[in-house]
Design a protein around this ligand. Structure first.
Ligand code: ADP
Ligand code: ADP
Length: 224
């Protein structure tokens, strides 16, 4: 589904501050697979997710979507690919703070031109599924971090993406919410979705939802 082939990523390349966040990473995300990425803070997990999600470009190596190299394509094409096929849950949520929870979840559907009523039903349904339906009209900036995280998950699922990439998606969830999130992952898997999650949450790792656990250490990827 998404393949990273010999991908390296440097920040500030060619300067004294040069730092290689990923080194020669090979990773194939197979359709329908659930992969959990672990590793200490600073190991490169966020960087890897952003590259897999076409939100950043590699310094060297290639990112392929359904076998087609895409990392060199224009920003408009990447934005469209992301919006149609990839859901992304950011570690810091990246919600629009002045908009309501519902407006945040609705956003990704706008460019697809789905009828308004269907969009609204789906967005409200997702908020209910994530048990934040009662917060639909609250401004995102007024939500607790656990609520924001669940709204971010709902937004990522709005266009029913084939691929869900999520950066520490349970970091702000209590035990009950984390358990429901694992159930949601299992249902997404049943529906053939491809999932890649970064996490060092023992609840997620122990849940058995992952087919594959990988570990990043200092930018290098290894089987855990
Ligand atoms: P993790 O998600 O595993 O904590 P990150 O991918 O966030 O790791 O970061 C990997 C390394 O790259 C870290 O050393 C981090 O400081 C560095 N890094 C990440 N983003 C940037 C950036 N925008 N500019 C410079 N260095 C960065
Ligand atoms: P299934 O009925 O196939 O088991 P679920 O409803 O359990 O599917 O959830 C799987 C996916 O369906 C979710 O990730 C999400 O994309 C979508 N979904 C879940 N609940 C709702 C809802 N209330 N409204 C709209 N879509 C939903």
């Amino acid at each position: 589904m998404i393949t990273l082939a010999g991908v390296s990523k440097a920040f500030h390349p060619g300067t004294p501050a040069e730092h290689w966040a990923l080194r020669d990473v090979d990773l194939a995300l197979e359709p329908g697979q659930v992969t959990v990425l672990t590793g200490p803070s600073g190991a490169g997990k966020t960087t890897l997710l952003l590259l897999a999600g076409c939100l950043a470009r590699p310094t060297s190596g290639r990112v392929l979507f359904r076998g087609e190299p895409i990392s060199h394509l224009g920003e408009r094409f990447l934005a469209e690919t992301r919006n149609r096929h990839i859901g992304f849950v950011f570690q810091q949520f990246n919600l629009l703070p002045g908009r309501s929870a519902l407006q945040n979840v609705l956003l990704p559907a706008v460019p697809l031109g789905t009828p308004w009523r269907a969009r609204l039903d789906r967005a409200q349904g997702l908020l209910e599924t994530l048990q934040v339906g009662h917060r639909a009209h609250a401004e995102a900036s007024r939500l607790s971090s656990g609520e924001q995280q669940r709204v971010a998950i709902a937004r990522a699922l709005m266009n029913d993406p084939e691929i869900l990439l999520a950066d520490e998606p349970t970091a702000n969830l209590d035990a009950a919410a984390a358990e429901r999130f694992v159930d949601l992952l299992a249902r997404l898997h049943t529906r053939g979705r491809t999932l890649l999650l970064s996490s060092h949450d023992p609840r997620l790792v122990a849940s058995g939802v992952a087919h594959r656990t990988l570990r990043l250490a200092d930018g290098r990827l290894e089987e855990a």
